[in-house]
Design a protein around this ligand. Structure first.
Ligand code: UGA
Length: 430
């Protein structure tokens, strides 16, 4: 098939690279000349394991192309995917301006029959709006149908998730569009959830909000576990084996970050409000998440006594491992609070440093964990990179002024680390 993908962020680029790998001709349209030039050379703007190789394969097979122009790709395509960003406005609602602008441009280039499918996360009703814009801007002979095909990939495991999804959701009222999208996705062995546009739009928000709720539940259980001398990890393991609950996304820690959960929880609260429903459960999910970050700061204060003048080392800045993405990373708020209290901060992240330098001020960026540990009074783990699980803790202890570890992602065994002579504090561990 001939496909155009508008946007080359995580969703757009991964979708394009995977569909090219599956044998389709894929055109990716962007709006930044430098990025498009780089992409055509196989240089990708994000860190995502395996993606650069897949893009390079697509380029050398001549199945993947990057361009600034809609012309002639959109008019020749069977399916056009909209995969541009929908950042939150100050009210929490998703900002649809780029999606609507893109829809207008697609409309003017439609020719023959085309399916216009949205992968961007958009509020319920947006695809109807997109259909209206397409209809207003298209040539009278051009025919199209719209569909909502939400994306469930995670950063850091994006290619694996795209090739092995738990389900593929296709929301459309058109049988022809549904058939075409099923044919495109057939090589990906998964079950289909076939529904109308509004249902598909809701599934995306409900999925992310439910996962965020699980994480906040885990953080609430962690908080209570500390008070009653229970071990939250065992409590959550104990409930997770119940298939009705499931053990994924039940890890307590510094809370959820990234570009999706914070934005989509906020957006679902806003959508609910617009429809006269107060989704108080989700407001509490947000509160617990904020508290999870704040609790790391409180624990640091308790472990240090006086923060003023102390040296704190931070291991991990990105919002999760295997990404360089700093959007809404818990590290940002935690470092800001500790700096404000007068601590000197040294930081290290295996991939996130370049992006972090644009956001985090006043911290010293180090080349590795050992440099961070040098003369530190406290080490705080904020991202569970494998590298940190494997560091030489004896060497770390030698370098530190005070051997204290605050493990915001519970990557170490409390008993083992105490045996090494560290003062240790995790999240939810008795
Ligand atoms: C999330 C969803 O998992 C994807 O299904 C979805 O497609 C994506 O958002 C999106 O809407 O685009 P992502 O934000 O890449 O994916 O990363 P996650 O692995 O979901 O992690 C999100 C945050 O939750 C991270 O900060 C992570 O540290 C935190 N988390 C995750 C926990 O604190 N505990 C857990 O048990 C799991």
């Amino acid at each position: 098939m001939k496909i155009t993908v508008i946007g080359h962020g995580y969703v757009g680029l991964v979708t394009a690279a995977v569909f090219a790998d599956l044998g389709n001709s894929v055109y990716v349209v962007g709006r930044t000349a430098e990025k498009i030039e780089n992409l055509n050379k196989g240089i990708i703007p994000i860190y995502e394991p395996g993606l650069e190789e897949l893009v390079k394969q697509g380029l050398s097979a001549k199945r993947l192309h990057f361009s600034l122009e809609y012309d002639p790709y959109v008019s020749e395509s069977d399916i056009v995917f909209i995969a541009v960003g929908t950042p939150p406005k100050s009210s929490g609602e998703a900002d649809l301006s780029t999606v609507l602008e893109v829809a207008k441009k697609i409309g003017t280039h439609l020719n023959g029959y085309t399916v216009v499918a949205t992968k961007s996360t958009v509020p319920v009703g947006s695809n109807k709006m997109i259909a209206r814009i397409l209809a207003e801007n298209k040539d009278s002979k051009a025919k199209f149908d719209t569909a909502s095909v939400p994306e469930f990939l995670r950063e850091g495991s994006a290619i694996h998730d795209t090739l092995n999804p738990d389900r593929i959701v296709i929301g459309t009222k058109s049988q022809r569009a549904q058939d075409l999208l099923i044919t495109l996705h057939k090589p990906i062995n998964s079950r289909f959830v076939l529904c109308n546009l509004e249902t598909a739009e809701m599934i995306k928000y409900a999925a992310n909000s439910f996962l965020a709720t699980k994480i906040s539940f885990a953080n609430a259980i962690a908080k209570l576990s500390e008070k009653v001398s229970a071990d939250a990890l065992s409590v959550l393991e104990g409930i997770g084996y119940d298939k009705r609950i499931g053990n994924e996304f039940l890890l307590p820690g510094a809370g959820y970050g990234g570009s999706c959960f914070p934005k989509d929880v906020k957006a679902l609260i806003a959508i609910s409000k617009q429809h006269g429903y107060d989704f108080a459960l989700l407001s509490e999910v947000e509160n617990i998440n904020k508290e999870a970050r704040h609790d790391i700061v409180k624990k640091a204060v308790k472990m240090l006594g006086e923060v003023q003048g102390k040296k704190i080392g931070i291991l991990g800045l990105a919002f999760k491992p295997n990404t360089d993405d700093m959007r809404n990373a818990p590290s940002i708020d935690i470092i800001a609070s500790l700096s404000k209290m007068g601590a000197t901060i040294k930081v290290y992240d295996p991939q996130g440093a370049e992006n972090a330098k644009k956001i985090i001020q006043g911290a010293t960026f180090c080349k590795d964990s050992y440099e961070v540990a040098e003369n530190a009074d406290l080490l705080i783990i904020l991202t569970e990179w494998n590298e940190f699980k494997e560091i030489n803790l004896a060497k770390i202890k030698e370098k530190m002024r005070e051997p204290k570890i605050l493990d915001g992602r519970n990557i170490y065994d409390p008993e083992e680390i105490k045996e090494l002579g560290f003062v240790y504090q995790g999240v939810g561990r008795a």
